[in-house]
Design a protein around this ligand. Structure first.
Ligand code: GCW
Length: 663
């Protein structure tokens, strides 16, 4: 039977009888009670996924040996290959499989990986897989409000909150914890970075017992909570007259409050902070800087081993559109780079992947490589705010791959910096109460992929997609092949109908779905196209706003030169006439027309390909996705026609191919 709720670790898969026999004789090589949970997860997985009952047998009879390095290192060849913290080694030899974790979490990850490899039919004979996560903090950030509503959520209401209080089904939370752990996520924030009135009290006695209960449910899965705090808590909770980070009373307040929090949740990971950003309180209000603010919290957390994840999404959100001197993409660098070296060791600055805000196509933030003495986190948006809102299909894996493989020249790619300068990866969750968790059933690929990439940023979109479709949709190669194909086409298609050449923000203001070319043109948000009848885009080179100078000199040159600037970003970096010729000889205008038509055709083609699966997949899945494709087609047509008409009316130049453009 097929249920939308069941994702990649929950279904039944076929397995040879001989492999089932191997799996069903297992031993845990440890007396450590802490590890028994891992065995339970193993037993549950083997039963649920492969329909076999596990017997715990003496070591000599075991097909599968589970343990940590401490007690099970002897099951591995003594060849010096040792997994690092949270890592594991899976070793198959003569019909015996050893899963050895570097530690408890490593063992759990190794067990899930074994089960997932078997489910995909991918455990080779003589398998020897030794992995250590590339990133220490693999965090998922919910933007859930305690009202139950989720900021930028497209999958129903919160699975944690309702009516200004906690409200959760424990079984669902546990199933969720397992999903996250199976892809290696080890840190979770359940409340929005915009911390409203009620949520401010999550770190007070009013809610700590319930928050602690949530922590208890995630703990066995190796997941620690990181709570979003309100920078003004000393005033709002403590009744102080100020929240100035250099005020001694404020510092003491945070110390006492942190002590209280840790009494309830001894392994709390720390605090997540959005300060001086989009009207949230912060140190600037007191004439202090972000190091002052972050370090104050870091000091309070230090005795407990806690960390501060401090967001860099700080910009002027009350800009005058007439003022062309201010350029919003410069903001994170301008605010934070001068503070390099001033942040405490247990502070991680959390930086969005691009300098704007999760647009369909942006360059990579210039902060990576520019802050050599500061821990950084890469933040990506798993929820599809600007990428189709889980109505349109958009696998974000190619977007993230572009980010991870970007060569900063400072030196190395973003992926290369993990473990040294970049110590964390954070994703904004796309989860809610929807039956399939993610609104659009195929949007699960983004959660799955985020986890896999934060574990191993070198994985390719093709590899991750292949894993996901096999785990989620079974072993019929026609089905998995077609779904993989649809997923791979989805981001290029979405980019095609929405965002030509790096032009951002042509969305409806506020809710950010659907086209509205000048929706943000005369607003305070710093998000402009400046299209005239002749030209479009913003000059961000040294001759313009100077944004390109925030990159390493080689990249400044690369982006500043219209011949070497990646074309997908041409109008992000440059202001150019519509007649400007691209490398293939097309004008910018013709490119805009062509991609709009092509993106819409791709949406139709994906929907048609999905239809061919109608008799091959569960009706609930078929219907749910088909319904979304219906919405996507409408959206793609709207984008095509609105954007084409806008530029036709501005230029008066017709499509060379004579296709329908509304005059
Ligand atoms: O993109 C903007 C979103 C806001 C969000 C903000 C942020 C949580 O539109 O909804 O607020 O980014 O990242 O803080």
């Amino acid at each position: 039977s097929y249920a939308l709720y069941d994702t990649w670790l929950q279904r039944g898969y076929t397995l040879s009888e001989s492999m089932k026999t191997v799996l069903s004789q297992a031993v845990l090589l440890s007396e450590d009670q802490q590890l028994e949970f891992c065995m339970k997860e193993y037993i549950r997985g083997v039963r649920r996924m492969f329909g076999a009952e596990v017997q715990q047998v003496p070591k000599e009879q075991a097909g599968v040996l589970l343990g940590t390095l401490e007690q099970a290192a002897k099951c591995l060849p003594q060849d010096g290959k040792t997994p690092g913290a949270e890592g594991f080694r899976i070793y198959e030899n003569g019909g015996h499989i050893a899963v050895v974790g570097a530690d408890r979490s490593g063992l759990l990850y190794g067990i899930y990986r074994l089960l997932m490899l078997l489910a995909q039919g991918k455990l080779p004979e003589n398998a020897d897989i030794c992995e250590t996560p590339a990133v220490q903090v693999r965090a998922l950030n919910h933007w859930d409000n305690m009202s139950g509503q989720i900021e930028r959520g497209y999958a129903g209401e919160s699975i944690f909150f309702k009516d200004e209080d906690f409200c959760f089904e424990e079984q669902r939370v546990v199933d969720y914890a397992r999903m996250l752990a199976s892809v290696g996520i080890n840190t979770l924030t359940i409340n929005n970075v915009n911390v409203h009135q009620t949520e401010t009290f999550l770190i007070s006695e009013r809610f700590l017992p319930k928050l602690a209960r949530i922590a208890d449910l995630f703990r066995p899965f190796g997941i620690r909570l990181l709570v979003s705090i309100n920078f003004a808590s000393p005033m709002r909770i403590g009744g102080l007259a100020t929240s100035d980070p250099l005020d001694e009373g404020v510092q003491h307040w945070w110390e006492r409050q942190t002590e209280l929090i840790y009494r309830w949740i001894p392994d709390l990971c720390g605090f997540l902070v959005k300060a001086d950003s989009e009207h949230e309180p912060g140190p600037y209000q007191y004439g202090r800087n972000h190091a002052d603010g972050a370090n104050m919290l870091a000091r309070a957390l230090k005795p407990y081993g806690g960390i501060v994840m401090w967001r860099c999404f700080v910009y002027d959100c009350a800009q005058d559109w007439r003022n062309q001197k201010i350029d919003r993409p410069r903001a994170a660098y301008d605010n934070f780079v001068p503070l390099d070296g001033q942040f405490a060791d247990n502070v991680i600055l959390q930086v969005k992947n691009g300098p704007y805000d999760f647009q369909v196509r942006e360059p990579v933030t210039p902060l990576f490589g520019a802050m050599k003495q500061t821990h950084l986190a890469l933040e990506v948006q798993v929820t599809q705010e600007y990428t189709g809102q889980q109505r349109d299909l958009c696998s974000l894996l190619p977007l993230w791959q572009d980010v991870l493989q970007f060569d900063t020249k400072r030196p190395g790619t973003v992926a290369d910096m993990f473990g040294s300068q970049i110590t964390a990866m954070a994703g904004v969750a796309n989860i809610g109460k929807s039956e399939c968790w993610t609104g659009h059933p195929l949007a699960q690929v983004n959660l799955y992929g985020f986890g896999r990439l934060s574990w191993n940023p070198a994985l390719t979109p093709e590899e991750i997609t292949d894993e996901y479709v096999k785990l989620a949709f079974g072993s019929d190669p026609e089905v998995t092949g077609k779904i993989a194909d649809i997923l791979q086409r989805s981001y290029p298609a979405y980019e095609d109908y929405t965002s030509p050449l790096g032009l951002c923000w042509m969305v409806n203001p506020g809710y950010h779905y659907g086209p509205n070319v000048e929706g943000y043109e005369y607003t305070r948000w710093g998000t402009y196209l400046r299209a005239t009848c002749r030209e479009v885009g913003i000059d961000r080179t040294a001759a313009g706003t100077g944004y390109t100078t925030q990159y390493a000199p080689e990249n400044d040159t690369l982006f500043s030169n219209t011949d070497t600037c990646p074309e997908k970003l041409l109008l992000f970096f440059h202001r150019l006439p519509y007649s400007y010729k691209l490398h293939d000889g097309r004008t910018i205008l013709q490119y805009i027309y062509d991609t709009r038509f092509h993106g819409e055709e791709e949406a139709e083609a994906m929907a048609a390909e999905w239809d061919t699966l109608k008799d091959k997949i569960a009706p609930s899945l078929y219907e749910a996705v088909a319904e979304r494709f219906g919405m996507q087609l409408e959206n793609a047509r709207e984008w095509r026609d609105v954007v084409n008409t806008y530029f036709y009316r501005h230029t008066g130049i017709a499509d060379e191919k004579g296709r329908k453009i509304y005059k």
